[in-house]
Ligand binder design. Sequence first.
Ligand SMILES: NC(=O)c1ccc[n+]([C@@H]2O[C@H](COP(=O)([O-])OP(=O)(O)OC[C@H]3O[C@@H](n4cnc5c(N)ncnc54)[C@H](O)[C@@H]3O)[C@@H](O)[C@H]2O)c1
Length: 298
Amino acid sequence: MNVKKVFVVGAGFMGSGIVENVAAKGLQAVAYDISQAQLDKSKKGITKNLERLAAKGKIQESDKDATLSRIEYVTDISACKDADVVIEAVAENKDLKISIMREIEKYAKEEAVIASNTSSISITSLGSVFKNPERFVGMHFFSPVPRMPLMEIVRGYQTGDEALSIAKDLGEFLGKACIIAKDEAGFIVNRMLLPMLNEACFLVERGIGTIEEIDTGCKMGLNHPMGPLELMDMIGIDVELAVMEVLHEEIGDPKYRPAVSLRRMVDSGFLGKKAGIGFYVYHEDGTKTPNPKLLKLR
Ligand SMILES: NC(=O)c1ccc[n+]([C@@H]2O[C@H](COP(=O)([O-])OP(=O)(O)OC[C@H]3O[C@@H](n4cnc5c(N)ncnc54)[C@H](O)[C@@H]3O)[C@@H](O)[C@H]2O)c1
């Protein structure tokens, strides 16, 4: 594999995970964000994750230091100029992503592959921004990135074979099993997962079970490692809503209509774990309890 340096746009939940994964595997990683505070948070989070792994004996202390030394944090997007692959991981908003693509195109070297980690937005439509859309591909990681073993590679209508193959080689190098998805809303995994998560919101709205019962039902009855409400909190309620909106708009079928509670939760700032409150309230000591405001709706 010829990729030596990966530039990640957006150092939020996913971007930080991608940067950690890339650096842990021995490649140079650059985290770019418009917010210095977000970069500081990203650095702190990655350091904490690696310290935890070292304390558990899963990696050596020297591996931790070497991984950290391979990561650069920048607020200047022109620093992508010597990256072999640029991966965009900003919020799930098409206009924002398009404006980012235009910026990347200005500075990235011509032979660099550009990828998006979008969960649902058409790779073909984002790729159409580029003079050479063949260089653009979807690289859809799963959270938490360093631990999840799958990557969906999305081929847009104009994605070239070379970009697809570089994305796949990089995915495999990062330890992922790669599946290739056609460019339809939600691709493979979110097309199955999101309607289920949305349905869990309807169960909450209708009081069919408590927050904990719904999660327990999924964990014990379906053998899922996390319940749907815990999972939505981890992914981010704003991300969930944005992805459901794309599914609904693109596919048109009313079965993809986002649950009203998703909108109300976003309006209330109940964005999930990253905000400290979603379906659950996350406490300093690492425990969580159901969000009392949602309980009152029953
Ligand atoms: N959350 C998940 O589990 C998950 C899983 C797979 C894919 N995704 C996708 O990954 C992408 C990012 O999601 P996330 O959960 O990491 O979101 P997030 O809100 O945690 O992070 C987004 C980051 O983008 C930054 N940003 C916003 N505007 C920017 C700009 N103009 N330039 C540079 N940085 C900018 C923000 O400061 C923030 O740090 C979305 O497309 C989402 O659909 C998310």
